[in-house]
Design a binder for this molecule. Sequence first.
Ligand SMILES: [Zn+2]
Length: 278
Amino acid sequence: MYREIHNTAEDMVFAQVTETYAALEEQGSDICACRQCRLDTACYVLNRMAPRYILSNRGVARIERQAREHQQTRADIAALIHEGIKRVSHNRRPTADHIDGDLQRPDSRPVFNIPTIVGRLFNGLNFEPLSGVRVTLYREGAPVTMKDSNWQNPYDLVPSIQGTYTFWPASVSANTAGIHRVFEFSVKIEAPDFEPLDHFFSIPVASDLQPAPSFSMDRTFKLPDLYLFPPGEAEQNDNSERGELNPRLSVPKTDGLTTGPLSGGLSSISVGRRAVNY
Ligand SMILES: [Zn+2]
C-alpha cells in the first residue's frame, strides 16, 4: 500500500553513513564499523531528521529541489552521524557479534512487525512546524515499547526536525506467520501553549516469520498532518473567516468527523479536537 512512497532521506543518510565509516576506518579509528553498528547509526540519524517523501513515479521535480537543498542537508546529516557514531559505539549491542556480514538474527520467531510511524505537527494558527512538543505513542492504555534504545517514546520535538515525529514499536509475538491483526494506537500530543490533542489510528499488520532487521521504507505508516491550537483559538478563527454574526451558532459541534467549516485537508483537526473532549 505504501510501497510507492519513498523517503529519499534514507538514501542520503545510508550513503553518507557508509562514507563516514569508510573515512574513519581509513584514519585507523577503532570504532566498530560492522553492519549492525552502521544500521544503528543510520537509524539514529533518520530518527532525528525530517523524512523527505517522494512518490516514486513522480520524483523528478522533488529531486531537483533537493539538489538545491543538498549542501545544507549534508552538513546537518554529518553532524547527526557523528553524534550517532558516538552513541552507538558507546552502547554496543551485546547480542551482536560485531563482525561484518549480514545482520544477526538470533531470534527467528513469528512476530507482527509494526511499521515505523511517522507524522508531522503544525501550529494551527500560522502553519509553522512545531517544536517543544512531546508526543507519546499509546496502545492499550500504556506507552508503547520501542524497537530499541535508538527510538524514543515519548518523543520530544526539537526545532531541527521540522515538526516530524517517528516511532518504531517493538514487534509483537505471533503464533505463526501470515495472521492478520489490526493494532489500535493513539498519539498524545502535549505542548505548553496549546490544547493537548489525542489522535487515534489503527494499523493492519500481517505476521512475519521473524522480526524485521532494519528500518525499511516498506514498513512506514504515515499519519495525517496534525494542527495544534492555543486554547479557544480554533473557534475564533473559524468564525472570523466566515464573518458570522452569531459565532455561537456557527461553531461546529464536536461530533467527530466534522465536515463543513473544517473540511478537506484539515479534517484531521476535528478528529483530534473531538478526542480532547474525552
Ligand atoms: Zn559493531
